[in-house]
Design a protein around this ligand. Structure first.
Ligand SMILES: [Zn+2]
Length: 248
């Protein structure tokens, strides 16, 4: 059973949007995991095999206990029954308490589609009769009824790719360096090289971009580096004297 599962369209999305948070949770003793929907075969550089190896290297750095890549086509993440079932199966197997999804708006269709797909799969995963009625036994759902129903208690949205005011940020000051190294583990994509240098910023530029983003969200909360999240629910407070982030 996982405490936290982060799901995203592409390998390296999680490293960019919520890798520091995953590492921080692992350091606190929680079991964390990553579900990548695609294998990254459309990436300009490297093959999907390179990407798989690099994803495992990054997973080790972020200390996740579980990482799986589904076989949904890269560049064609669609919210179909088959894809929802693939994700629902993983949710039933891994039983996360917290599910981190991408934010539901963005530039890349794979990103915002992954958000809705993840939400609907989480809903499906909790349906007791999933896989045991005629309509829900279709295409890919075989055997899913053998897995106990499960819904994550909490769904939060990693919003770094989109310009939206976060509901809260997670302080990743102590995790920033390792998160940077986890992203740099994707050497086929990010390491300094000549081919396609017009497309991919060199390592130094990536670092300065990551620092700027993390500083911006950190500044909102009075810490050095942070990662932004949106939640749909209101925050519940028990003790108003313990609310963090100074007002004046
Ligand atoms: Zn992506």
């Amino acid at each position: 059973m996982l405490d936290v599962l982060a799901m995203a369209a592409h390998r390296d999305d999680v490293e960019q949007t919520c890798g520091g948070t995953l590492l921080k949770m692992a350091e606190r003793g929680y079991r964390t995991g990553i579900l990548d929907l695609t294998q990254g075969e459309m990436g300009t550089r490297g093959t999907s095999e390179d990407r798989a190896r690099e994803a495992q290297d990054a997973a080790r750095l972020l200390r996740v206990s579980f990482r799986q890549g589904l076989d949904i086509p890269d560049g064609r993440v669609e919210n179909t029954w088959e894809n929802r079932i693939k994700v629902a199966r993983v949710i039933r197997e891994q039983r996360p308490r917290v599910l981190i999804l991408p934010y539901w708006q963005g530039r890349h269709p794979d990103h915002y589609t992954a958000s809705v797909l993840g939400y609907e799969a989480a809903f499906l995963a909790g349906l007791r009769k999933l896989g045991s009625t005629p309509w829900s036994r279709d295409a890919g759902a075989e055997g899913i009824s053998q897995l106990a129903p499960h819904r994550p208690f909490k769904i939060i949205y990693a919003s770094l790719y989109y310009d939206v005011r976060p509901s809260f940020v997670v302080d990743i000051t102590d995790q920033f360096e390792t998160r940077f190294r986890a992203l740099m583990a994707y050497t086929s994509q990010y390491a300094d090289q000549n081919a396609g240098s017009g497309l991919f910023p060199a390592e130094k530029e990536i670092r300065s971009r990551l620092e700027s983003m993390a500083s911006f969200y950190g500044l909102l909360a009075g810490v050095k580096y942070a990662e932004p999240f949106v939640q749909k629910e209101v925050g519940l407070v028990d003790d108003v004297t313990a609310i963090p982030v100074q007002s004046i």
